[in-house]
Structure formats: structure tokens, C-alpha cells
Design a protein around this ligand. Structure first.
Ligand SMILES: Nc1ncnc2c1ncn2[C@@H]1O[C@H](COP(=O)(O)OP(=O)(O)OP(=O)(O)O)[C@@H](O)[C@H]1O
Length: 584
């Protein structure tokens, strides 16, 4: 008996049979025309005829008519374009499955170029993201290091809604996967951790992986935001969702029909957002806590748009990674997965030492110092402290002939004093020709830096009182700070908040706490101080860093306790209030 071979329908007849579906679903007409032209199935004149048709469906009708006249190969090539540029013709992918399309060998030799605005925009975002995330800007914004030269994995512990550990995430590549999802209806991957544990760097690495297509995700757009940006708008300032996305990331090119934005609204699951520093806008968000309905079309205050996005009322289905400092809780219903950053493990720390110090002697020296001081080693599990320790030690080694870390237990305050000392050595005159290195002792360095220190203290106090930690040049001047003082490193430029009226804005290198000034003042009053302040400010500051057992404060005040341990801005305020006056 002869075998019945099922004959495949010709591509020409497929186009006729499914004409209606094609006319309604084929969107990226320009991409089709570009390819039909470059493969010489259509000539310039025919392309112009198509473009002159008044509506998109009519353009598609014309294309179908023309390719069907050109024959079977042209028809197959049209289907092949739809197959090859999947992102642009996402609506027609089910149709390809339905007709069980498999490209013939003849057609696969033909080139298809993706000139679709959606794919172009995705590529543009990836390009810009790669450029913006390839370098780690040092805390003082004085130097940049390639991300790949310094990034070290940190411990990422996953939790469920009952705060039970679900184990550690093995690699950042899998952060967006379904593993450890405890609430599939939630849309937020919530990443929390203490100050300086590496939340922003983790997002930067994530963005960088996405830009290189190395992240396990099928999202084609990534929009990154720093939460603080949302509260820089006046109450009356309303913007559209489209502007929020494009103005603060990048605009699509050659997209006259707004296909990119339409695509984002139609396929939210193709969009990934990263929001850094949710803790920084807590107070401002309270004003928009009742999530008013926001639409992609209407203008709203940016905080309203953010709230809408986070609770899934705007662009429902999009993916979001949100970071916040420990202590900020999110409603479980909006969180899909929770990750707590735990900093460097001992083996991560070894890797970081390797990356940080190029010189083997330096590596050995630092490893010996860390081994000899478990306390210091513990501090260094927080990447920021680790960076400060390594930078300060390196710098102080270069300016002093012999510099050793104190043998006794090292506190965070000591670490920040090291950092201050490092900054203040920039004020020192260069060593004379007979001195190889600077011979100033730490006390002299602090004394000579008293004026700028007092100025920064005043500024920090004002920040606390106003609840705002970015400052204009005028505010700096009013505190007695000069432009040269800005270069010391205590402040960094906050260019993202600049407006034309306000050409230079600065913020502190690091903020410990956003807690209102009065609660911090009360907390510090409650701290017991054993020693009396002596003549040196650093002795005075040393007293603040009492070990927990020495500090009689409310045990529930973890956040403030941490603030006490982690003095940066607070150092200046305290220093200013209690010490400086006796020097001036
Ligand atoms: N994974 C890492 N690899 C190498 N260095 C890191 C890493 N994470 C953090 N650092 C270092 O620590 C510094 C602080 O990190 P980051 O700004 O990410 O902390 P954070 O948790 O976002 O702090 P904050 O809560 O204050 O915003 C970085 O500038 C970098 O020098």
C-alpha cells in the first residue's frame, strides 16, 4: 500500500488563509519593509506605495498583496521575518505554532535584520546599561574601578513570609527565578540588608548581567531608579508614566508610532524594574499611602506612580527588585520573594582581598592583620567597612613611615576616624624634600582639620533638622565650608538632583540613619558614657562606640543601636555639639 505523504500547504496559501489574523496582528510594518527591500523582494517604489497606505492594516494588506504576487519564496520570506524577529511580532508567535512553521533550508540562508523599534530600544537600553554599570564609583566619587575587577559575591539568604530561612541563593544569576518564591501573586523581589552591605552594588551587578544577557530572565526592558529621585519632585509636579520611564532611563529612537510604550503597556511581564533605597523615601511615601488608581496615560506625582507600580496597580505583571535597609517591612501581599544580604563570608573576604590588593606583600600583610584581629575581620564582612579599612590602611601606609592598626579591639568609630584622618591628610602640606613621608600624628591631623570638621558637623546637624541630606553650594558656604573642603571627600556630588536653578548639589558620603533628629538625640542621651571627654575629639568619639554591654538602651532600638555603632553623619553632629565649641 502506498504511503500517504501529508502535503504541507504552500506559504502563499497560508497567507491567503490567515489573512485576517495577519492584518490585525502584524505590527512592526517597517521592519518587514526594511527586510523585503534589502533582500530585493520589493523595490523602493513598492515600499513607498505601502507606506502611502493610510492605516497599518491597509499597509499590511498591501504587503500581502505584493509578496503574493512575487511568488512562493517571497511569501515564505515574509513568514520567516515574523519567525526570526520574535520580540517584534510577539502577537503572531502563537500563529506560527498553529501553522507548525519550520523554516526551509532555502529561506534560512537569507538575512533578516531586526529594525523593529522594540528590539532597537531593548538593545539601546542594554548598551546604555552596560556603559552605566561597568564601573564602581568609589564612595568619595574620586576613583572608578571596573565592576568585574572588584565585584565579589556576598551571602544572599532567602526567607519566606514567616521569616524562616530558605537557604542561600547560590548565584545572583538566579535572583529572578521562581526558586524560593513564597507568594506567586506578589511582584516584588525584596532585597534587604544593613547599611553598606552592598545592596546598590548588587543591583548594579544585576543590571550589568542583564545588559550582557547573562541573567536568567526573558525581560527585554530594564528600568532602573533610585528611590530618592521620586521625592525630589514638588507636590504639584505631575508627570506621565511614559516620561518617568524614558526621561530617567533613555528614549526610544525612530519610534513615530509610539510602539515601544504600547508594547510595554501590553506586555508588562517583559519589563523589569530595579528600585534602590526604599528606606530613603519612607516619610514621603506616607503622603501617597492610599494607592490611588494611576493609569499609564494620565499624569500623576512620581511617588504615586511608584506606589502604583509597587502594589501592582500600574503595569501589573512587571517584575521588580526593590532594596531597602534592614528594619523596613513591606506588606507580604506585594512581596514575592525576600532576600537578606549578609555581606562577605570568610572566603568572599579572601577573594575581595585578592581583587583589592594587586601586590602580594600587601595581600599577605592585610591577611595577617585580619587573622590577628577577629573583631576587624567581623567588621570587614560588611563590604563598605571592608573598603574603608582597606583604603584607609593603604593610604595611611603611603603617608606615614610606620602605620599599624591599634592592637586593641577596633570599633566602627575607629574605622570612621581612620577614614576622616585619611581625608584630612589631604589638607597637609606636601612633605619637605628631606622627609620621605608625612610625620604628622593623628591628633595633629585632626586639630588642623578642625575648621572643615566643624563646618561638616554644622551641615549634618542642619540635615537632621530639615530631614534632607542634599545641600546647595550656598548652604555649604553658610556653614563655613569652601570649595576646597568639598574635595576632601566627606561630601559627594549629587548630580542627579540638579536643576538649572540649583547647579551644584552635594550629599554626605554616607548616611547612617533617616531617623528624625529628636529620636536620635534622645537615644544618644540614653547611652552611657564611661570616660569623660578628654582634649582630643577622637577620644571623645571613641567613647560613643561602646560595646553593646556597656550601653544601656532599649533592646528594641536595634536601628538606633546600629546608628550608634555606625557613626558618620552622627560623628559630625556630635562632634560639633559637644567638642568643637571648646576649640573655636
Ligand atoms: N559585592 C561587592 N563587591 C565589592 N565591593 C562591594 C560589594 N558590595 C559593596 N561593596 C563596597 O561597599 C560600598 C557600599 O556598597 P553599597 O553602596 O552597595 O551599600 P548599600 O547596602 O547600598 O548601602 P546603603 O544602605 O548605605 O545605601 C561600595 O561602594 C563598594 O565599595
Amino acid at each position: 500500500m502506498g504511503q500517504i505523504v501529508e502535503e504541507r500547504p504552500s506559504c502563499r496559501s497560508l497567507l491567503t488563509y490567515h489573512r485576517e489574523a495577519l492584518v490585525s496582528k502584524l505590527r512592526s510594518v517597517q521592519c518587514v519593509l526594511d527586510n523585503l527591500l534589502s533582500s530585493e523582494f520589493l523595490c523602493e517604489e513598492e515600499v513607498e506605495i505601502v507606506q502611502h497606505s493610510d492605516t497599518k492594516p491597509n499597509q499590511v494588506r498591501k504587503i500581502l498583496e505584493l509578496v503574493q504576487c512575487k511568488g512562493e519564496q517571497a511569501c515564505e520570506y515574509l513568514i520567516y521575518i515574523i519567525y526570526k524577529v520574535g520580540d517584534a511580532f510577539i502577537d503572531l508567535q502563537p500563529w506560527l505554532k498553529e501553522i507548525n512553521y519550520i523554516p526551509s533550508r532555502d529561506v534560512t540562508v537569507l538575512r533578516v535584520e531586526n529594525t523593529d523599534p522594540i528590539s532597537r530600544y531593548s538593545e539601546k537600553l542594554r548598551r546604555e546599561m552596560s556603559r552605566d554599570t561597568s564601573f564602581i564609583m568609589s564612595y568619595g566619587q574620586q576613583e572608578e574601578t571596573r565592576l568585574e575587577d572588584l565585584y565579589t559575591d556576598t551571602l544572599m539568604e532567602q526567607f519566606n513570609d514567616a521569616n524562616e530561612s530558605l537557604g542561600f541563593l547560590d548565584t545572583l544569576h538566579n535572583l529572578l527565578t521562581d526558586h524560593a518564591v513564597f507568594n506567586p501573586q506578589g511582584e516584588i523581589i525584596y532585597v534587604v540588608g544593613d547599611a553598606g552591605v552592598g545592596k546598590s552594588i548588587l543591583l548594579q551587578k544585576l543590571q550589568n548581567l542583564w545588559s550582557k544577557k547573562e541573567l536568567d530572565t526573558d525581560t527585554i526592558f530594564l528600568f532602573k531608579f533610585r528611590c530618592r529621585m521620586f521625592s525630589t519632585f514638588k507636590d504639584s509636579e505631575h508627570i506621565s508614566f511614559r516620561d518617568l520611564l524614558f526621561k530617567y532611563n533613555c528614549y526610544p529612537d525612530l519610534d513615530p508610532d509610539s510602539e515601544v510604550f504600547d508594547y510595554i503597556v501590553r506586555f508588562p511581564h517583559k519589563v523589569l524594574f530595579t528600585f534602590d533605597g526604599y528606606d530613603e523615601i519612607q516619610d514621603d511615601l506616607a503622603r501617597y499611602s492610599v494607592p490611588e488608581m494611576v493609569s499609564p496615560e494620565e499624569k500623576a506625582h512620581p511617588l504615586q506612580l511608584l506606589t502604583g507600580l509597587l502594589c501592582g496597580k500600574l503595569l501589573h505583571g512587571s517584575q521588580k527588585v526593590l532594596t531597602a535597609r534592614t528594619g523596613i517591612e513591606m506588606q507580604h501581599k506585594v512581596v514575592k520573594k525576600k532576600v537578606i544580604l549578609r555581606g562577605f563570608s570568610p572566603s568572599h573576604l579572601k577573594t575581595y582581598i585578592h581583587l583589592h590588593f594587586k601586590d602580594q606583600d600587601q595581600r599577605d600583610r592585610i591577611e595577617i592583620q585580619l587573622e590577628a584581629s577577629p573583631h576587624l575581620c567581623g567588621l570587614c564582612s560588611t563590604p563598605l567597612f571592608c573598603w574603608i579599612v582597606f583604603k584607609s590602611i593603604t593610604h595611611l601606609h603611603t603617608v606615614h613611615d610606620s602605620f599599624e592598626l591599634p592592637d586593641a579591639c577596633i570599633t566602627l568609630t575607629d574605622i570612621f576616624l581612620l577614614l576622616c584622618e585619611m581625608f584630612l591628610t589631604r589638607l597637609a602640606p606636601p612633605p619637605s624634600s628631606i622627609q620621605r613621608k608625612n610625620i604628622r600624628c593623628a591628633a595633629e591631623t585632626f586639630k588642623s582639620g578642625l575648621r572643615p570638621l566643624a563646618g561638616f558637623a554644622k551641615l549634618a546637624l542642619q540635615g537632621f533638622e530639615r530631614g534632607r541630606f542634599y545641600f546647595s553650594q550656598d548652604e555649604l558656604r553658610a556653614c563655613g565650608l569652601t570649595e576646597e573642603d568639598n574635595a576632601l571627600g566627606f561630601l559627594k556630588a549629587a548630580s542627579e538632583y540638579e536643576t538649572t536653578d540649583n547647579p551644584a548639589t552635594f550629599e554626605f558620603l554616607h548616611l547612617t540613619s533617616y531617623t528624625p533628629a529628636n529620636s536620635i538625640l534622645k537615644f544618644f542621651t540614653a547611652c552611657s558614657r564611661k570616660k569623660k571627654s578628654t582634649c582630643l575629639p577622637c577620644d571623645f568619639l571613641g567613647n560613643l562606640s561602646s560595646k553593646p554591654s556597656e550601653t544601656k538602651v532599649s533592646p528594641t532600638n536595634d536601628h538606633l543601636q546600629f546608628t550608634n555603632l555606625f557613626l558618620v553623619v552622627d560623628v559630625w553632629r556630635y562632634f560639633f555639639l559637644n567638642s568643637c565649641s571648646s576649640y573655636i
